[in-house]
Design a protein around this ligand. Structure first.
Ligand code: SAH
Length: 240
């Protein structure tokens, strides 16, 4: 079975046992790329023990400092959350989300973010996602163990792949790197032209980031937007 490049990204995991159990859950379902963002304890014997034979996934795990580094190569990112969030992002339940992730993975690497055991993902971390994923649970007791949440998503991804190849999307979104360079350019330009109020810079940029992220621009569209910013920064040609 041809498994998609879907990266399981654990953000600040606290318990090495959970990291090991996540590796095991992934390997059972045929997923191999584990990314750890600032793990509290890693490597660790407890992780190896709980991986129960999936220690190759742990050895190959990529360790990074923050979420932007974890998703830099990804063309699409989804954030899992036990909580309802007020963030204006498309939401999907696990099964539908698995189909979306597999379809997007036809264009390039896809990232699936999981939060820390006690705190989950911060809103700033969710800002890097294009969609929110919820596993349907009893709302009175909505928070799953981290490795259980990883298991369910990996299972749904496997079922999706088993059901047949995802239709290729005609649209290939730009990488996060290209998208972030556009954001830096945007911030500089709107500061230079005096549109960004320096007293409230973060809120405006955050809203603009969400707006452009929702649009999933491809490389060509990013180039057009950057060309537009270049044109805005040039002095106006004299009027005829
Ligand atoms: N107390 C935290 C929950 C942490 S559970 C909070 O309120 O956010 C650890 C991680 O497992 C979560 O960040 C999320 O990535 C995943 N998770 C747990 N339950 C989930 C659910 N019902 N749907 C989707 N993801 C879930």
């Amino acid at each position: 079975m041809d498994m998609p490049d879907i990266r399981i990204i654990l953000v600040r995991p606290q318990h090495p046992g959970n990291v090991g159990a996540c590796a095991r859950a992934m390997k059972n379902m045929g997923l191999r790329r584990l990314v750890l963002v600032a793990p509290q304890r890693f490597p660790d014997a407890e992780a190896v023990a709980r991986a129960a034979g999936a220690d190759d996934i742990l050895t190959a795990a990529e360790i990074v400092d923050d979420v932007p580094a974890a998703v830099a190569e990804c063309v699409f990112v989804a954030a899992t959350s036990a909580r309802d969030r007020t963030i204006p992002l498309p939401r999907q339940e696990a099964r539908a989300a698995a189909a979306t992730l597999c379809a997007q993975a036809r264009s390039g690497p896809v990232g699936l973010l999981f939060g820390a055991e006690r705190t989950g993902l911060t809103n700033e971390e969710v800002d890097y996602a294009h969609a929110l994923v919820q596993i349907p649970v009893d709302p009175q007791f909505a928070s799953l163990n981290l490795a259980a949440a990883v298991q369910i998503l990996c299972y749904e991804i496997r079922c999706t792949i088993q059901a047949g190849p995802a239709p290729a999307s005609a649209h290939k979104p730009a990488s996060q790197d290209a998208f972030n360079r556009f954001l830096e350019h945007l911030e500089k330009t709107i500061t230079d032209v005096g549109f960004l109020n320096e007293k409230h810079p973060r809120k405006l940029m955050r809203r603009l980031t969400r707006l452009f992220r929702r649009a999933l621009p491809d490389d060509n569209e990013i180039q057009i937007l950057r060309g537009l910013l270049n044109a805005v920064e040039k002095p106006y040609p004299p009027r005829r």
